[in-house]
Design a protein. Structure first.
Length: 450
């Protein structure tokens, strides 16, 4: 009785003769449209249900190989993906189709599905098959020089990779493979970030966030050739609280020698503002204040040449570091100035920004508008400084800020450019006139009048 009932279920799943006949008779006898009617509900139910033992390989393998069209192939693969955890024969069949040569014969839509569904099936196929999939599809779609280069699949590849890396307790070999894939993809991405590709870099950063700090730092090493993309992914992780703010030191130590300093300053400005908005232990006000005081100390050491900077003029280095100081103060003093500068809680508004025409406008942080934004942060610094220092807990550090301003202005003249010296004098003048900081008026007046 039980056997008869089970046979009845299986006959119902296959709609008896038509479904089974398709594997031997082909689309000439059974129209793909009829087959779709049968398979669609099976695939849909399978998303949330594990079917009883069925020889899926015998049913699906012929359908994959015969010319039933893309829709039938996709439905077959959807069934394989959802049933692989409970059926060894379907897992084996799936493993054959996710590696060369069979995977290269699949349509773009099916490849996209396989990339997005990686977390669902990656633990159920063999190591060799996983390696084949990662190397022949997941990574290869990023290789511009390869005939398999498919930029339209890149977002799906990174989405599937990041979700796979979130799986709990992955085997060591699997984790190692996914980490290496992240590193290879990072290396293949261009250093200059096209605005249209911004989401790819954010997705890479999300993959890095699943790694340990040491692993992530090894992948996103900051070098002259990878500075912009490495800086961006690190700044993204800092803005989300995944990396501590002190990690900015590594970025600045290389950025100070970079010829496109305004580009990096624009990225840092956005990262610092987003760090203020995100609620995380690493981005709290005390952590931000600690980092800014650390930056001020570093600037003082550079000004007095107790900290050396290589391959860049001293006044140029100080101009850049004071620019970063300005971006931090403006980003954290209030909300009006950041809004005036067009800052946002997300990077994605810049993804489709309508900026001025020209080659530079296609790249993040390089358009004329972005450069103006950075320079406006310097313009807003004198008015933002008192707003920051009248708030707790910044107010308690006011004397340190004043002493620091004086020490920088008294540094050797050859180090501080005229524009930076004028900027610092402007700040002290504004602080003197601000009623909340009147307790410091005597010391400020003494210096300004000297």
């Amino acid at each position: 009785m039980a056997q008869a009932e089970e046979k009845k279920k299986q006959d119902h799943m296959g709609q008896n003769v038509p479904f089974r006949a398709t594997g031997t008779e082909g689309p000439e006898s059974v129209p793909p449209s009829l087959l779709k009617v049968v398979m669609k509900p099976i695939a849909t139910v399978g998303e949330s249900y594990q079917y009883p033992p069925v020889n899926w390989a015998a049913l699906l393998s012929p359908l994959m190989r015969l010319n039933f069209g893309e829709e039938i192939q996709q439905l077959c693969l959807e069934i394989m993906v959802t049933q692989a955890q409970s059926s060894q024969n379907v897992a084996a069949l799936l493993g054959m189709w996710v590696m060369p040569p069979l995977i290269h014969g699949l349509s773009l839509n099916i490849k996209k599905y396989l990339l997005l569904s990686v977390p669902s099936w990656i633990k159920h196929v063999s190591d060799e098959q996983i390696v084949g999939f990662v190397e022949s599809l997941m990574v290869t779609v990023f290789k511009a020089a390869s005939p398999l280069y498919k930029p339209e699949l890149c977002p799906s590849a990174l989405q599937g990779l990041s979700q796979a890396m979130k799986q709990p307790s992955p085997a060591y070999h699997l984790w190692s493979l996914l980490s290496k894939a992240t590193g290879k993809i990072f290396d293949l991405l261009p250093n200059k970030i096209r605005r249209n590709d911004l989401e790819l870099y954010i997705s890479v950063a999300k993959c890095l966030s699943e790694m340990t700090d040491d692993e992530a730092n090894r992948v996103a090493q900051i070098t002259e050739n990878s500075l912009e993309k490495a800086a961006f992914v690190r700044l993204y992780l800092i803005s989300q609280g995944r990396f501590p703010l002190m990690g900015l030191t590594d970025v600045l130590s290389v950025a100070i020698r970079h010829h496109e300093k305004d580009t990096l300053a624009w990225m840092i400005l956005h990262s610092l503002y987003q760090a203020r908005i995100v609620s995380h232990a690493n981005t709290g006000v005390l952590k931000r204040m600690e980092w800014l005081l650390e930056l001020m100390g570093y600037i003082r050491n550079v000004a007095y040449q107790s900290a050396s900077v290589q391959n860049v003029a001293l006044n140029e280095a100080l101009d850049f570091l004071l620019l970063i100081f300005a971006t931090a103060v403006v980003a954290w003093a209030d909300h009006a100035a950041p809004l005036l500068l067009g800052l946002s809680a997300s990077w994605l508004p810049w993804h489709q920004e309508n900026g001025p025409a020209g080659p530079a406008s296609r790249f993040l942080g390089r358009s004329p508008l972005h450069r103006v934004t950075v320079q406006e942060a310097v313009t807003l610094l004198p008015s933002s400084m008192p707003l920051l220092l009248q708030k707790e807990p910044w107010k308690e550090q006011t004397q340190k800020f004043i002493d620091w301003l004086f020490s920088i202005m008294e540094s050797p003249k050859e180090g501080l450019s005229a524009k930076s010296r004028d900027l610092l004098k402007g700040i002290t003048s504004v602080l003197y006139a601000h009623p909340v900081l009147s307790v410091l008026q005597n010391s400020i007046l003494a210096y300004v009048g000297s």
